[in-house]
Design a protein around this ligand. Sequence first.
Ligand code: F6P
Length: 549
Amino acid sequence: MSTPAVDPATTAAWGRLAELASAYEPDLRSTLTPDWVAQQSLTAADLHVDLSKNLFDTDVEAALLALADEVDVTGRRDTMLAGSHVNVTEDRAVLHTALRLPSDASLEVDGEDVVADVHEVLERVYAFADRVRSGEWTGVTGKRIETVVNIGIGGSDLGPVMAYEALEPYRQDGLSCRFISNIDPTDAAQKLSGIDPETTLFIVSSKTFGTLETLTNARLCKAWLLDRLPAGTDADAAVAQHFVAVSTALDKVADFGIDTDNAFGFWDWVGGRYSLDSAIGLSLVVAIGPERFAEMLSGFHAMDEHFRTAPPAANVPLRMGLLNVWYVNFLGAHTHAVLPYSQLLHRFPAYLQQLTMESNGKGVRFDGEAVDYDTGEVFWGEPGTNGQHAFYQLIHQGTRLVPADFIAFARPAYALSDGDTDVHELFLANFFAQTKALAFGKTAEEVRAEGVAEDLVSARTFPGNRPTTSIMAPALTPSVLGQLVALYEHITFVEGAVWGIDSFDQWGVELGKQLAQELGPAVSGDAGVLARQDPSTRALIGYYQENRG
Ligand code: F6P
């Protein structure tokens, strides 16, 4: 904490951006020229990223790049990549990028060659996944595993489930995964419904192995398993064959009763929301196989290399992160929509919510000083075209500025026709149409020219100048998924670096956890603990007690 963070609001570039914002009048209809589109269409690995429909000009671009320079974003990037303890409030290195370094790379951190450690665990993960996939690893009654249940929450759930859904076409037949995260017992009840305990493998995924939800669900699943296996089955043997764990706390894994031979470790320099590439991805490796998982890792690495080496003006995560800063701090945006035109990415916005909001929802800089500018955005979204029929109205005609990322793939996962039409082409036509409608809108004159009655003209006018970024790739392969996730990891990093915050801690989730532990007895009827609560909490618990039946 000793190095003071730069207050970005004191830089010359920040002042220049404020000046530019006050005079800025977007007019995409005139500024979106072929030259501008060519200039603002960037490539990062397999991703084609069109920034041209954003609200900025060359002066804004130059000032944003100057801001990045003044706060030394690239210096901070290099410091992170080298393994310095940039997570200052937890005194930890931040090295999710090391999880996808090739095996011949080397990186020494705190006296350890982390690349060797990473690949040693990866090999164990791959070997275990192969045993499950081939049927060599069986349940205690000798039956082949058909269902893998990942028990985890936050980063120990959202990444694996998002990628499992995204890579559905790559899954092995006859093997499926389910994900239990919520401590609401409904989640476990629903996910355990209809599966056969003899063919089910549980993966308890928890970085700390101390998370209430995960440990409760793990105990619940253990009881469910032992209750349902054939009478006389040895309990220890059953747990050994049906439970494995992923954690940085292998001692706690052993305390839980899981053999540490069946546990896969990772390191404190992997943040929970950055852990998909670690052993936390075990359920995904079982589903898609080591080869595809390795392709995903190389996609991540390709984006890391782009972020590390591309010059600032062509550096996609840098440019996108800086545009987000422009929208948040100078144009007043509070939210950011992510709209994948891919049903397979239906959990991608939920995944990004943890990545971006747990990282950048901070009110103090990394040296502890309070910020006096906004940080973070509310990330949200749904796959197109469902969103079009739900919330796009507000983006098109509402009073709020909602920058939106549109994501689409040239080749469909499933090529289907309704007899006459290639449905993927129709889907893509919607993708192209939406970004066009948002950019150019429809003027009152254009509405009138369609013969609309005068009293309806204003309601049917579209203001346009709604900013979008279009991200396209040839297809949603494992590598492209890795590139996309790494892109957003680095966008998040860039924003956090500009704001001078620690994007890698998450102290904001602790208070609620602590209070839940304290309130537990009151909920279960301890009158003394109940009496010590505030009047609202006391009344709510009272309501529960009267109505619990
Ligand atoms: O509550 C926040 C958090 O710490 C996340 O950062 C993390 O991904 C999640 O909980 C789960 O933690 P763990 O993997 O240690 O169970």
